[in-house]
Design a protein around this ligand. Structure first.
Ligand SMILES: [Zn+2]
Length: 193
């Protein structure tokens, strides 16, 4: 028995990824099919550069739009992710693979869905989070907030806030847990500083 190889995770495991990191990774992998389906529109910029009718105005070739090579590369990378998260756990470089997959999914999500819109209803998000989300350890909280509040917070920030007394852990034995809405509140406060 040793510990998980994900940076910041010290869960015991016999493999290279612990059960929690496997299930976090699976959540990212689950987003891939929809992204792969939507990336071609970004690659060929179908919605942006082609006025209606231009495609058949002159037999085709003269109207070659540049393609988005970054999007194409991401599509290729994501298509190579063809296994379940659990099958990475026995691999020595599992943590690195997982890190890459998260990178690709985040980049592809940005290309397909655009940046976080300014008009996100933060109050609604906040209420939803207060009502539904239990306290979580950092490693679970970070992907959760990214997904549900569309906010990227680093584990380092949470540890700093806790060390400075801005954030109180709910559970102090073992891995500390935090209320997601409290983490969001400190995040808002810090951004406003
Ligand atoms: Zn882990």
């Amino acid at each position: 028995m040793s510990t998980c190889t994900t940076p910041d995770c010290e869960n015991p495991t016999d493999l290279y990824l612990c059960g929690q990191c496997v299930s976090d990774l699976q959540q990212w992998i689950d987003q891939i099919p929809l992204l792969v389906e939507n990336l071609p529109a970004v690659v060929y910029r179908i919605s942006q550069t082609k006025p209606i009718g231009s495609m058949r105005s002159n037999g085709g070739d003269a109207d070659l739009s540049p393609i988005n090579l970054d999007a194409l590369q991401l599509q290729t990378n994501l298509q190579m992710v063809d296994r379940e998260a659990s099958s990475y756990a026995p691999m020595e470089d599992a943590a690195k693979q997982a890190w890459l997959i998260v990178e690709w999914v985040q980049k592809a999500d940005l290309l397909v869905n655009g940046p976080e819109p300014e008009w996100v209803n933060h109050r609604e998000v906040r209420e939803r989070i207060e009502n539904q989300a239990p306290p979580m350890p950092t490693r679970q909280l970070i992907p959760w907030l990214r997904k549900n509040a569309k906010i990227s917070i680093k584990g380092k920030d949470i540890r700093n806030w806790a060390a400075r007394g801005k954030l109180q852990p709910v559970e102090r034995v073992g891995q500390p847990t935090y209320w997601p809405h409290e983490v969001l509140a400190v995040h808002r406060e810090t951004k406003g500083e």
